[in-house]
Design a binder for this molecule. Structure first.
Ligand code: NAD
Ligand code: UDX
Length: 466
């Protein structure tokens, strides 16, 4: 196969968009077309006003500004882009199944299969197909079977190239990755395909950071990486509860264990619980895979990470209720943050959704300020839980553009996302305008507790006793 000249990426989401933007920026000689069925999303990717890009990521606008229209294109014509490409990245969503066998656990691969069938139908020349989506181990086998049914002599090589970027730092992670992982067949053709992709990343990633493996190791490494990261958060969150009753301080414990080079300091921040589109989905998928192989002990081990995370979210909501004299009925509870972490507008599986839901069950009125999340998104997140009808959710959720109005007259403030701006607010002004006693529940350990207490607040911090 000649050197790659044209790439198509199916799926213009949080992974496809930023990843292809960086590959295009670093490989100006390769023409990259990112396609999606979602017309509104593609329109937003093409918007001249870079503040209207469909996803918020620091630094993304500059990369798009440089490459878009030069060798980076966003389009809805999926067939055309597939037809012209030498290499096709599949970067579609793989959510947890909501129906049938494996409901609530297995990855829903319907978008992957649709994509594979579309490639099989359209392709007239040999292609390298790259799994960029996170997939269960051995999915490449299914994709290959679908592609090989064409009978028109077109040859496909399947590579696994999972993405390790984290939202909020996607551009930084893509520019300077710890490693790039490429899995492929051990055959001569497989190795050639791997080399094509190595060359693309090699435009900016040092060769020693590009790891090559067999396809199954690559697929399984992605699920494993997320499971390990999430497990660290659940581990420190479990310890946070113990800290609260024992007088230990979870920040001090984190620092103490994190300085052991065998443990390392990252991903040891206690919180209201992890969110995001990946951790829960990928662990559930891992648990499901282990179960299907009959490995119940393995499945139970990893499932505990999710059970602990659910517990952490629930106990935060319960803490708010018990502290507010066992009732939040008709009380104003102000949320700072709705996104699942700072520097993103993504809310998938955000702890804020679950905490809000629990408090609305207790008849609280939730008022929210988040610098990047829209009201429509927050309401749709609550509706998705199906706990009550949309009208009831609307009656209990008010979204503001101004943090000070959000916090005015509140009985309690809950910090759900660690946006930097929350630290710089005029907390004296906030205190003066609140109901007394003025309670703050810091679900992210970002506020200066001593300063707030000096002002007069009663502060609950995750992982710190009274
Ligand atoms: P996303 O929902 O933001 O984007 C997926 C896009 O694919 C959507 O815009 C959807 O319209 C499009 N799509 C679905 N089927 C299609 C089809 N047949 N043809 C054309 N377009 C189609 O999802 P995402 O967050 O970008 O995640 C994509 C994959 O990457 C998932 O498997 C996820 O697990 C994985 N991943 C995500 C992250 C992350 O931080 N979000 C990080 C690493 C890996
Ligand atoms: C994660 C993985 O980090 C990334 O490698 C993978 O490609 C996609 O999934 P992401 O979900 O975007 O990335 O963000 P991440 O930084 O991992 O945070 C996930 C959640 O864990 C967030 O809600 C975050 O607030 C929480 N978290 C993270 C903690 O509560 N404590 C920590 O110490 C770290």
């Amino acid at each position: 196969m000649p050197k790659i000249q044209k790439i198509c990426c199916v799926g213009a989401g949080y992974v496809g968009g930023p990843t292809m933007s960086v590959i295009a920026q670093k490989n100006p000689h390769i023409q990259i077309t990112v396609v999606d069925l979602n017309e509104a999303r593609i329109k937003a990717w093409n918007d001249k006003d870079l503040t209207k890009l469909p996803i918020y990521e620091p630094g993304l606008d500059a990369v798009v500004a440089e490459a878009r229209g030069r060798n980076l294109f966003f389009d809805t014509d999926v067939d055309k882009a597939i037809d012209e490409a030498d290499m096709i990245f599949i970067s579609v969503n793989t959510p947890t199944k909501t129906y049938g066998k494996g409901k609530g656990m297995a990855a829903d691969l319907k978008y992957i299969e649709l994509c594979a069938r579309q490639i099989a139908r359209v392709a007239k020349t040999n292609k390298i197909v790259v799994e960029k989506s996170t997939l269960p181990v051995r999915t490449a086998q299914a994709i290959k079977r679908i592609l090989d049914q064409t009978g028109n002599g077109v040859e496909f090589e399947i590579l696994s190239n999972p993405e390790f970027l984290a939202e909020g730092t996607a551009i930084q992670d893509l520019m300077n990755p710890d490693r790039v992982l490429i899995g492929g067949d051990q055959t001569e053709k497989g190795q050639k395909a791997i080399q094509e992709l190595v060359d693309i990343y090699g435009a900016w990633v040092p060769r020693e950071r590009i790891l090559t493996t067999n396809v199954w190791s690559s697929e399984l490494s992605k699920l494993t990486a997320n499971a390990f990261l999430a497990q660290r958060v659940s581990s420190i969150n479990a310890i946070s509860e113990l800290c609260e009753v024992s007088g230990a301080d979870v920040n001090e414990v984190s620092r103490a264990i994190g300085t052991d080079s065998r443990v390392g300091s990252k991903f040891l921040k206690a919180s209201v619980g992890f969110g995001g589109s990946c951790f829960q989905k990928d662990i559930l998928n891992l648990v499901y895979i282990a179960k299907t192989y009959g490995l119940d002990a393995v499945a139970d081990y990893w499932e505990q990470v999710i059970i602990m995370n659910d517990h952490q979210k629930r106990r935060f909501a319960e803490k708010i209720v018990t502290t507010l004299f066992n009732t939040v009925n008709d009380k104003k509870i102000a949320f700072l943050g709705w996104a699942f972490k700072k520097d993103t507008n993504d809310t998938r599986e955000s702890a804020a959704i679950y905490v809000a839901n629990d408090l609305i069950e207790e008849e609280a009125n939730i008022h929210v300020y988040d610098p990047k999340v829209t009201e429509q998104q927050m309401l749709s997140d609550l509706d998705y839980l199906n706990t009550r009808n949309s009208e009831a959710n609307q009656n209990h959720l008010t979204v503001h553009q101004d943090p000070y109005i959000t916090l005015k007259d509140a009985h309690g403030i809950a910090v759900l996302t660690e946006w930097d701006e929350f630290k710089t607010y005029d907390w004296q002004r906030i205190y003066d305008n609140m109901q007394k006693p003025a309670f703050v529940f810091d679900g992210r350990n970002i506020l200066d507790r001593k300063e707030l207490e000096k002002i007069g607040f009663e502060v609950y911090t995750i992982g710190k006793g009274e």
